[in-house]
Ligand binder design. Structure first.
Ligand SMILES: [Ca+2]
Length: 91
């Protein structure tokens, strides 16, 4: 199982959306280049700077966030930047 919730603002605030499967183009669901925080509730996920699982990528997991939790309060926690993720998929 895999589950991730992404947020438009830092510290898990703002509009959010939860996914349980790959999304090739986050623009299709209104989340292209807007993510600033996330919670990797279940499993591990790969985040991509570009659509269709391409470009620079960053991995997040349910134990890889702040203080070993599933929470990534801002992009520094996954090594990326604000408003840059365009696709994502479970690992
Ligand atoms: Ca992007």
């Amino acid at each position: 199982m895999a589950k991730i919730t992404v947020f438009k603002d830092s510290n898990m605030s703002g509009t959010s959306k939860t996914f349980t499967d790959a999304v090739a183009n986050l623009e299709d669901v209104g989340f292209g280049d807007v993510i600033s925080s996330l919670v990797a509730t279940e499993g591990s996920w790969r985040l991509f700077k570009d659509k269709n699982f391409s470009g620079t990528s960053w991995d997040v997991s349910q134990t890889g966030g702040a203080a070993g939790t599933d929470a990534y309060p801002n992009p520094q926690f996954w090594g990326g930047t604000h408003d840059s993720i365009s696709s994502l998929r479970p690992l």
